[in-house]
Design a protein around this ligand. Sequence first.
Ligand code: HPA
Ligand code: ZN
Length: 348
Amino acid sequence: MSTTLSPSLQRFIEGMPKIELHLHIEGTLEPELMFALAQRNQVALPYASVEALRAAYAFDSLQSFLDLYYAGAAVLLTEQDFYDMTAAYIARARADKVCRSEIFFDPQTHTERGVPIATVFAGIARALREAREQHGFGSAMIMSFLRHLPEEDAFATLEAALPLREQYRDLWTGIGLDSAERGNPPEKFARVFARCKELDFRLVAHAGEEGPAQYVRDALDLLQVERIDHGVRSEEDPALMARLAQHAIPLTVCPLSNLKLCVVADMRQHNLARLLEAGLAVTVNSDDPAYFGGYMNANFLAVAEALTLKREQIVTLARNAIAASFVDAEERGKLSAELDAYCLAQTA
Ligand code: HPA
Ligand code: ZN
């Protein structure tokens, strides 16, 4: 990408070890792989070519993206499909120096098409375990409920997944909430989140992307989440901002996603720098990189350039992700030491 960043800051960003905390695995399905899987599985796609599909990636809202995203996921049928998609993401992430990723997956997108939930778990987990063994790539799986569907469906998904818990205890540690935010407030999922809390899952939810700041408050108070996915509209509520800062509640911000979905009109208007300035635990993430024009480095470079971020701010973003990640104290220490060593080597 063209950039007016200083070459040294660009190199610093590209080489910095990173943790990704907001990534929908179905949103990593690149058009080329989508076409290959469509052919392998004899699924018809309503696009003539990879180019035609890419050309359709012009969104004016979250819903306009979700329509395409769910349609694209229709090519995913077998364990191998989920493995291939996840392995392709890991290769991209590792190229961007991502050393850990906490991954959302949406079983309901697949079970409603007749794909067994065990197939979804198995394919994603096989790729994640392989990457851990071969490259030390850390990960977690965050099973997310689709908020445009009723809470009963979320309960049914949880029931269907629980028999798999033991088998995936090394990976499946979290529960999330995604899909169309407007008109689907956190309150709609209060009971199923309470159940997930009883079951000792780590809880997160999308809030304050298109929805109001009140949804961020409700995600904290009614769903008891530990992190807020997006959360950029928190800025509309100064008392909420103070609360987020005081309790160091992480926001998993996704700059290119916000731009592509018209949450912000121009990257120079993105509030990430102001959120950081206000002392919030902001992190940078790629959300659905196959649809939004870039993986982790592209997101970091885009905000660094548009908001003229300093090296210290870039490092703060990376440190915030380490603090916010669902790792134990020993692993957190290792990730911090790795980032410290990188910073030291770069300033030497
Ligand atoms: N918001 C809500 N739901 C989603 C998103 C998002 O950015 N990406 C995939 N599902
Ligand atoms: Zn998201």
